[in-house]
Design a protein around this ligand. Structure first.
Ligand SMILES: Nc1ncnc2c1ncn2[C@@H]1O[C@H](COP(=O)(O)OP(=O)(O)OP(=O)(O)O)[C@@H](O)[C@H]1O
Ligand SMILES: [Mg+2]
Length: 644
């Protein structure tokens, strides 16, 4: 697999570096099957390989019985002709010949049953292989999706990736079913029928059947391609009509405000008319396809039967042969009829599988270096050294940032929104690599250690906490794989959320809803704090960890956070300056550089940006407090003051 993918990747590289996107290679059935092959012929699963061999053998057996059926039909007919002497009067039957036609009929039934049995057994067997391949590939893609960078995920629409995964999975299933269960058996059957015609009849029949198959397939493929366009148009117009209806009903009030019912109805009717036209075309084109197929097939059938009839009358062939020609050909009809669908489904499956491979071929932006070792944290010294970074080249976010978080100390980063504070934490986690400079932890460049060990050493309470749609227990327990309930409750207590959880009807087993929407912002934040407490890493990043809390709870949690950060190197990002006054050092980040740094007192004394921000926040806080007190009647309101 590795080799195939790599080779595809390099091919992709060539294609991508080509300025013309139209040169994107068209994936063919063969190239897709070749890429998929290692999944169907897994080197490490001899049992599955055996299953494949057996099911391929069963194809031959089942088709052997299929071909035997027309023979039994012929034998029965010939035996009947012999028994009745070709006459229809009663009593002409020669009693000692009665057994033969009955035996041949029974044989006909038996071969039919055996054909069905072997076909079904093979399908069952092969499903094992196909589903295993689906699982392996889906798992591989899923793992890869997690390896891909944050940038890749941010660029994708929500649900876009899961759709790729789901369609890819269906695509593989469909492709296997269509090729291995339908296409290959049909090809085998065609070959066998042609062989029988060659052996039992003569070259004229072979030529007619071959020509018929070629014309039939060519016609079917062309008509299917043409119909796919028509169907797409039909689906588009259907979607459009639906969208119009939904939009119109959603705007119910607006429609009423403007008395626009008639206008809306006309608009909807216009989309319906397009849909009507498109669907009529779909049906007529299907009728055309079916008629064309039937005509091509029937002409060949009639010609073969006519030739056989002439042969029978000339005494060169038996009546049984005449019947057999018909039976053989009719047997081809069903698989031939499927070919349009097979073609369509295979084409669609290839497109879907290719989309999945496109994801698999994406190189992860951040990769472990080949020489990467696990990070060894001795005392947790973090150093940002002349760090430069941008998300897009046009806009630099960090322009040479240098600072240290000495072991066990707390460094606060403050600055205006969009200054790049959260970016610092993403860089520390190595979601992105720095463009210039480096980040060191205990002297080790984070690009030279494994991502797993790096991330295990850092705990974060992020700015926006998103939770898994599961229980609170699960979400807190996420901090440490296998943590028991007791430890989880302990962490929750430290994060001041335990009493609240206990008030819920289901306690720790309460569901938090999609993305944690059933919890308030402050509750979610405390769950995030609890799971970081549970993780207990030597390095801590708190990105606005208490921004969603009211000032009373904030005070409480501040204590918990301070307890947690004691003895741990901590990077605190905060808007509210009152939460960082105790930091060992405060850094003011502005316009991509460190504008000021020092302790709270030093920065206040220097009267720079920080002092300005501090005074502004103090004023705002004071104003808010006065307002609150006025509302609760503790202080005369402005009006009362004015009245006095
Ligand atoms: N994935 C991204 N692609 C492009 N630009 C980004 C991306 N993520 C963030 N940015 C930009 O980078 C800048 C810094 O973002 P960052 O999240 O670090 O800001 P911040 O200092 O944490 O702000 P806040 O205080 O509002 O949280 C912002 O202007 C933002 O628009
Ligand atoms: Mg931020």
């Amino acid at each position: 697999m590795g080799r195939t993918l790599r080779c595809r990747a390099s091919l992709k590289g060539i294609i991508l570096s080509n300025p013309s996107p139209s040169l994107r290679r068209e994936a063919s059935l063969v190239s897709t099957l070749r890429t998929l092959w290692p999944f169907f012929w897994p080197q490490d699963r001899p049992d599955l390989q055996r299953t494949i061999a057996v099911s391929l053998a069963l194809i031959l057996v089942a088709k052997g019985f299929t071909i035997l059926m027309p023979f039994t039909f012929k034998w029965a007919t010939d035996a009947l002709v012999l028994a009745t002497g070709g006459k229809m009067e009663a009593g002409a039957v020669w009693p000692w010949l009665v057994g033969a036609p009955i035996l041949a009929s029974a044989l006909y039934g038996l071969t039919r049953i055996l054909m069905v049995v072997f076909t079904q057994v093979r399908e069952g067997l092969f499903a094992k292989v196909a589903m295993n391949a689906v699982r392996r590939l889906a798992l591989r893609t899923f793992t890869h999706m997690h390896r891909l960078s944050l940038r890749f995920h941010l660029e994708r629409k929500t649900g876009g990736l899961t759709r790729v995964l789901e369609r890819g999975r269906n695509g593989i299933e469909e492709l296997t079913r269509m090729t291995l269960m339908t296409l290959i058996p049909t090809i085998v059957e065609f070959s066998l029928v042609i062989l029988v015609f060659a052996l039992e009849f003569d070259w004229r029949y072979v030529v007619i059947v071959c020509v018929m198959i070629v014309i039939y397939l060519a016609f079917t493929v062309r008509a299917t391609v043409w119909r796919m366009e028509i169907r797409r148009a039909m689906n588009d117009s259907d979607t459009d009509a639906n969208a119009k209806a939904v939009d119109s009903l959603l705007n119910f009030e607006t429609v009423k405000y403007f008395g626009a019912e008639a206008r809306e109805t006309a608009r909807y009717d216009r989309s319906l008319a397009t849909y009507e036209k498109a669907s009529i075309k779909t049906y007529t084109s299907l009728a055309f396809l079916n008629t064309g197929q039937a005509v091509i097939f029937t002409i060949a059938l009639a010609v073969c039967m006519a030739i056989a009839a002439v042969d029978v009358m000339a005494g060169k062939k038996s009546v049984g042969h005449f019947v057999m020609v018909n039976a053989l050909m009719i047997q081809l009809y069903q698989p031939l009829n499927f070919m349009g669908m097979v073609y369509r489904e295979i084409k669609q499956a290839i497109v879907d599988i290719e989309k999945m491979f496109d994801v698999l071929e994406r190189e992860a932006e951040v990769e472990d270096a080949p020489t990467a070792r696990p990070l060894e944290v001795s005392d947790g010294h973090i150093r940002f050294e002349d760090v430069h970074f941008h998300y897009v080249p046009e806009r630099a976010i960090l322009k040479g940032v240098t600072f240290d978080v000495p072991p066990g100390q707390t460094v606060a980063i403050v600055g205006p929104s969009g200054a790049g504070k959260s970016t610092l934490s993403r860089l520390l986690f190595r979601f992105y690599d720095v463009i210039g400079g480096r980040i060191l932890i205990d002297g080790q460049d984070i690009r030279e250690v494994t991502q797993g060990s790096l991330r295990a050493a850092i705990g974060i309470v992020p700015q926006d906490t998103v939770l898994f749609n599961d229980t609170i227990l699960y979400n807190i327990g996420y901090g440490k794989d296998g943590a028991d309930e007791h430890r989880i409750a302990e962490a929750a207590t430290m994060a001041q959320i335990d009493p609240l959880i206990r008030q819920l009807p289901d306690g720790y087993n309460s569901q938090v809803g999609e993305r944690g929407l059933k919890l308030s912002g402050g509750e979610k934040q405390r769950v995030a704090i609890a799971r970081t407490i549970l993780k207990g890493p030597p390095i801590l990043v708190l990105d606005e960890a208490t921004s969603a809390l009211d000032s009373y709870t904030e005070k409480e949690i501040q204590d918990a956070l301070e307890r947690m950060s004691r003895g741990r190197s901590t990077l605190v990002i905060a808007h509210r300056l009152s939460t960082v006054v105790n930091a060992d050092r405060i850094i003011v980040l502005d316009k991509g550089i460190i504008a000021e740094s020092g302790t709270h007192e030093q920065l206040l004394a220097s009267g720079g940006i920080y002092a300005g921000m501090w005074n502004k926040q103090r004023e705002a806080d004071l104003a808010r407090e006065t307002l609150k007190r006025a509302e609760s009647g503790e202080e005369p309101s402005l009006r009362q003051k004015l009245e006095v």
